[in-house]
Design a binder for this molecule. Structure first.
Ligand code: OAD
Length: 227
């Protein structure tokens, strides 16, 4: 069974109605990334950070997987598929994808600020308030990888990408490292496809399907079935 890895970013969830970060009117136009998505921002104003992620969580609760997520899940019928996503939403899982590696954490989980990454617990769609405590007595925080923090799932992502026969990069600007660097770990004969309606700068040879994620994934289905 051929191995396919999907490296996804915010763009795959755009057609579900979830904002991307760097498009016009993306989240980073309306919020300061260093205030709401960095470890320094957390220690400066925990209330502000919690509010930002409480809004993200509520937003995601109200949204559904789109055709692109569904096609990614459908690929599992014929291929050995691993999704490596930068997204903190759960739309890949809700579409039916079984193997999902979240590089930047998961919005429906929380953990204590004094706890380990793998101590995270499910919190569903409930808000986290200042004063909510984790098991160890520390302030509960969103299970998100912030700028300035390590990416504990990176090794798993590297392993998946290095074993892939086909890599599908969809809906990511490839500007945030180390996630963006994953495309450099493919083996020599791996075919790389990139789905994005806009130009994306990368140094690896690839086929660019210049479409939104849903149309792009549909087109790609026909291509990879013939490989
Ligand atoms: P970006 O907002 O940087 O990039 C989104 C990409 O999706 C762009 O290349 C868009 O052209 C593309 N796009 C927009 N609409 C699309 C659609 N309908 N179909 C397909 N592609 C579309 O988002 P990411 O690359 O995911 O991290 O950002 C990476 C990380 O930066 C995020 O995980 C987040 C952010 O800061 C943290 O907060 C730690």
């Amino acid at each position: 069974m051929k191995k396919i890895v999907i490296l996804s970013g915010a763009g795959i969830s755009a057609e579900s109605g979830i904002s991307t970060f760097r498009d016009s009117d993306g989240l980073w136009e309306n919020y300061k990334v260093e205030e709401v998505a960095s470890i320094e921002g957390w220690y400066k104003d925990k209330g502000k950070v919690l509010q930002f992620y409480n809004l993200r969580r509520k937003d995601i609760e109200s949204k559904n997987p789109n055709k692109a997520h569904l096609i990614v899940a459908q690929l599992q019928e014929k291929y050995n598929v691993t999704v490596v996503t930068q997204n903190i939403d759960n739309l890949h899982e809700r579409a039916g994808s079984k193997k999902v590696i979240h590089l930047h954490g998961e919005i429906t989980k929380g953990r204590g600020e004094g706890e380990n990454y793998y101590d995270a617990i499910d919190i569903g769609y409930t808000d986290i308030q200042l004063g909510d405590k984790a098991k160890d007595g520390s302030q509960l925080r969103p299970h998100i990888v912030w700028f300035g923090e390590a990416v504990p799932e990176l090794e798993k992502g590297i392993k998946a990408v290095s074993e892939a026969d086909i890599l599908i990069v969809v809906g990511t600007s490839l500007v945030v490292y180390p996630a963006a660097g994953l495309i450099n770990y493919t083996k020599n004969n791996c075919r790389i496809f990139l789905i994005d309606p806009n130009d994306v700068s990368t140094n690896v040879p690839h086929t660019h399907i210049k479409e939104k994620a849903s149309v792009g994934m549909e087109k790609l289905l026909n291509i990879i079935d013939k490989l």
